[in-house]
Design a protein around this ligand. Structure first.
Ligand SMILES: [Zn+2]
Length: 316
């Protein structure tokens, strides 16, 4: 079976920090990969207005996705305004039906900030709803319901810990050595964040922070560089390990799950988190009333989903 993998996180650049190496490998291997952020990162600036920074960040995210041949969508939410409500669930469901994933990878349900956690809940429930024939998204031209619930996976939380600073151990770590340069190049496309992180969060070099984080994640499994993932085990989501199958040559089990070593809490709370942690928010994103779409990368779908086609007004 040929899989379509859709990665959805809250803000532009979250995927680059947490999963881009793995997704780049799948895409380069011929897999169909789609990237999406809930917001356009409208709060990730100290000098531009929301629309201005949103346009910039959506373009950056599209450029990043283009490096690995992936399509990027902005789903039109606003920073700090992602909530699990009726309109939002219908919007994400419509998006999933339109892009038709068999695998969905999203943010961690436990993370340091609200947008990340709300995204996880919304995406989890939209995966369920997307396969319900009688669930209507109220889109003007609704896509066909999915034939089955996609398999669902979570990325690591920022910093590798929950809100109590308890380590969150991934089910498996993907060795991304072969695609690490590409992951770095993708993150570097988010040029607007360099100044934001420096001024707002005191982070001089966000790329080195990502590198440090990725090394620490790899160390959990005794490898040099890695990205961690957990599979959602709830009924009735698919339990076959299809995502693992796509990266099986590069999978390592965390030492802590092998019963021989206890992995230390990751200090990576500094990642995009020195930022995040320091201010308890992140180099953000922002929504757009009419979501700006990435330079030519966004399609009618996005306009429809993100913009006005949905009768229920978007959150925020
Ligand atoms: Zn984020």
């Amino acid at each position: 079976m040929e899989h379509t993998i859709v990665a959805i996180h809250a803000h532009p650049d979250d995927i680059e920090f947490l999963a881009a190496g793995t997704l780049a490998g799948i895409s380069r291997g011929g897999g169909r990969v789609i990237l999406a952020s809930m917001t356009a990162g409208d709060c990730g600036t100290v000098s531009q207005d929301p629309n201005e920074i949103s346009q910039i960040r959506v373009r950056e995210a599209a450029n990043s996705a283009a490096l690995v041949g992936a399509r990027y969508y902005c789903l039109g939410f606003k920073d700090m305004a992602i909530f699990s409500d009726d309109a939002s669930r219908r919007r994400i469901t419509e998006f999933l039906r339109a892009v038709r994933p068999t695998i969905v990878v999203t943010s961690s349900p436990e993370d340091y900030m609200a947008d990340h956690e709300a995204t996880a809940v919304l995406v989890r429930d939209a995966c369920f709803a997307a396969a319900l024939p009688n669930y209507e998204t109220r889109h003007q031209t609704p896509a066909t319901p999915l034939p089955e619930i996609p398999a669902l996976y979570f990325m690591d939380p920022i910093g590798g810990v929950d809100r109590n600073q308890t380590p969150v151990i991934p089910d498996f770590i993907v060795d991304i050595e072969e695609n690490f340069d590409l992951k770095i190049a993708m993150l570097m496309e988010h040029k607007s964040q360099k100044e934001w992180l420096r001024v707002r969060h005191g982070i001089e070099n966000y790329v080195s922070i990502m590198q440090k984080w990725t090394r620490e994640r790899g160390a959990l499994a005794g490898i040099r560089i890695g990205e961690g993932f957990r599979q959602y085990r709830g009924h009735p989501y698919p339990q076959d390990e299809r995502f693992q199958g796509l990266v099986r040559k590069h999978i390592h089990i965390p030492l802590a799950l092998r019963g021989d070593v206890v992995s230390p809490a990751s200090p990576v709370a500094e990642v995009h988190a020195g930022a995040a942690m320091a201010a308890n928010r992140e180099p953000g994103a922002a929504p757009v009333d009419a979501p700006p779409i990435a330079g030519g990368q966004v399609t009618d779908l996005v306009d429809g989903v993100a913009a006005s086609a949905l009768p229920d007004s978007p959150p925020a």
